[in-house]
Design a protein around this ligand. Structure first.
Ligand SMILES: Nc1nc2c(ncn2[C@@H]2O[C@H](COP(=O)(O)OP(=O)(O)OP(=O)(O)O)[C@@H](O)[C@H]2O)c(=O)[nH]1
Ligand SMILES: [Mg+2]
Length: 536
């Protein structure tokens, strides 16, 4: 035995029971209250003035304090249980760029507008980044367009069984600012594009080419800030594979608003400050590039694929580049900022006089982010699944072979059939619809027919393009009905617990229309939570 190391021996010592420990703590508390060391009491005068043997006094007093502690623990547990019962946990799910963070902002506008107001300064460098990225993408696309041979050519290595003679890769509207040859290679893909871009060769006149070259030179100092601003905003997070967007985790605004001195906001200093100045100096050139005849032709022919919100910001360059610019609510809604991991947002919601602790979990929707969702499933009261219906002619950034609607349908199938989520209330938002239309009725499983033609238009990115899919009419309302039927069918076939599906057409940039949907959805979710937990 003597050779055994001491820690091993210690492991076999009987551990004090929790009750005894508590009694000891109580005894220590008594001793401290009497200004003595708990280890060496002499004798103690009892309430009647009779000297009590020290042990008896300690036992009674310790028991009393121990009971008090028990009582407090019981109360605390009851409080925590009650708080948990009032917690309504809602997950926003869907592919990247489906509008999850935008929906979160809409909830914030409605239920916690002061907090959004406080955050406005931190959105300024992000808006600026969105513009710098749009300028960079435009210049890159011009380069690509005019460095290509006029005849489409296909390389033998890249053509995997597709003998189409046109470029087979239609990059999504959300390029990441880096247009590399690799990304532009023809990539075989299953579905045929439903929107055919008019392929006309754009030939700039010498004067147009010269003015574009001049604009490029003048915009270089601004574009040069792209990577460092992205890195500053993402807190140093960067990704390989040419992704150079801005990615945020929980708490990013706090990081951005304080610097070492704590006095000045980072949004006015560092790279963000430089970017603000560069943007102000370059504002006329940016406006000139955006209205340039060649760029206009590229937009018309759908040869310029920018972030969805790029036209909004470029149209507002004069206002946004002012030194005292502070983003307004529309700017905040339009911003593109990719979410990393899972970000929790919480605010109180009052329903019928009871305050509920509403917790939104905004997740990163790109494929590489989806594993992070699962730990939150078991506790989820509700899922709000967003599917952008304007994305029918777009492909995933992370997998340019997968059509974005296909990906949404696959993801929705997994969500409907996931057993961990079987008790969660299910809401489907077909987002990026031009006019928000709430479908008034509840779609119960088994209902196969739906309303006649919807009065709804589908936004096709920022372009008005004709839609051609099968023999269906080229009308937006047909597109909307078509996709709605697909999602409903997935739900009907795959739902694990025959739940109701609550379906809304939404346009998250439309505050007024979205707010009424938010109230409906929020109340329905809380009511279901009340029914499940027995809360009143
Ligand atoms: N036109 C239009 N744009 C929208 C709509 N909803 C969101 N957007 C824009 O789409 C872009 C992407 O929206 P986000 O909310 O960042 O998308 P997300 O689902 O959070 O994306 P990840 O964080 O990457 O998973 C932003 O620029 C939004 O302004 C909509 O209904 N219509
Ligand atoms: Mg997001």
């Amino acid at each position: 035995m003597s050779g055994l190391p001491t820690p091993l021996l210690l492991d076999f010592e009987p551990r004090p029971s929790p009750t005894k420990t508590k009694t000891k703590m109580a005894a220590a508390a008594v001793a401290v209250a009497h200004g003595r060391s708990s280890s060496a009491p002499a004798s103690i005068e009892g309430e009647s003035g009779i000297l009590l043997p020290p042990n008896r006094f300690y036992d009674e007093e310790s028991q009393r304090i121990s009971n008090l502690i028990d009582e407090e623990l019981r109360k605390e547990q009851a409080r925590q249980k009650e708080a948990r019962r009032k917690q309504v946990k809602v997950m926003l799910l869907g592919q990247a760029e489906s509008g999850k963070s935008t929906l979160q902002k809409q909830f914030q506008i409605y239920y916690a507008s002061q907090s959004l107001d406080r955050e406005r300064p931190s959105w300024k460098p992000v808006v600026h980044f969105n513009i710098i990225k749009a300028v960079k993408s435009t210049l890159d696309e011009i380069d690509y367009e005019f460095s290509q041979p006029t005849e489409s050519s296909s390389t033998a290595d890249d053509d995997e069984g597709d003998d189409s003679d046109e470029l087979d890769y239609h990059p999504s509207s959300s390029t990441n600012g880096v247009i590399t040859e690799e990304r532009r290679k023809p990539i075989p893909r299953k579905p045929k594009p439903v929107v055919q871009a008019r392929e006309e060769t754009i030939r700039p006149t010498p004067a147009e080419a010269e003015s574009l070259a001049l604009l490029r030179t003048r915009l270089l100092p601004l574009v040069a800030l792209h990577d460092s601003l992205a890195s500053e905003l993402s807190g140093g997070v960067s990704f390989s594979k040419g992704l150079t967007g801005v990615f945020v985790r929980a708490g990013w605004q706090g990081l951005l608003q304080t610097n070492q001195s704590g006095a000045r906001s980072k949004s006015n200093s560092g790279v963000a400050g430089l970017a603000a100045k560069a943007l102000n100096s370059a504002r006329e050139d940016i406006a000139a590039l955006w209205v340039h005849s060649v760029v206009r032709k590229m937009v018309d022919q759908r040869k310029l694929r920018l972030e969805e919100s790029a036209p909004f910001f470029l149209d507002n360059i004069e206002r946004i580049s002012q030194p005292d610019y502070l983003p307004n609510v529309d700017d905040v809604l339009n911003v593109r900022l990719q979410t990393l991991g899972v970000i929790e947002h919480s605010f109180p919601i009052n329903l019928g006089g009871t305050m509920y602790d509403w917790r939104l979990y905004d997740v990163g929707g790109a494929r590489g982010q989806r594993h992070a969702w699962v730990p939150y499933f078991e506790d989820a009261t509700a899922i709000i699944f967003l599917a952008p219906i304007s994305a029918f002619d777009q492909y995933l950034d992370e997998d340019p072979r997968t059509n974005r609607i296909d990906d949404s349908l696959q993801l929705f199938t997994l969500i409907c059939s996931n057993k961990l989520l079987k008790k969660a209330h299910l809401v489907l938002m077909l987002n990026k619809a031009l006019k928000s239309t709430t479908i008034p009725e509840r779609f119960d499983v088994g209902v196969t027919s739906f309303h006649g033609p919807l009065e709804i238009e589908v936004e096709v990115g920022n372009q008005s393009a004709e839609v051609s899919y099968g023999n269906r009419p080229n009308k937006y309302d047909d597109v909307a009905s078509y996709f709605r039927a697909h999602f409903m069918q997935v739900h009907k076939r795959k739902d694990v617990s025959n739940r109701s599906l609550y379906l809304h057409f939404t346009s998250m940039l439309d505050i007024k229309a979205t707010q009424s949907i938010i109230v409906n959805v929020g109340e329905a979710i809380i009511r279901q939570h009340i029914a499940q937990t027995g809360l009143t």
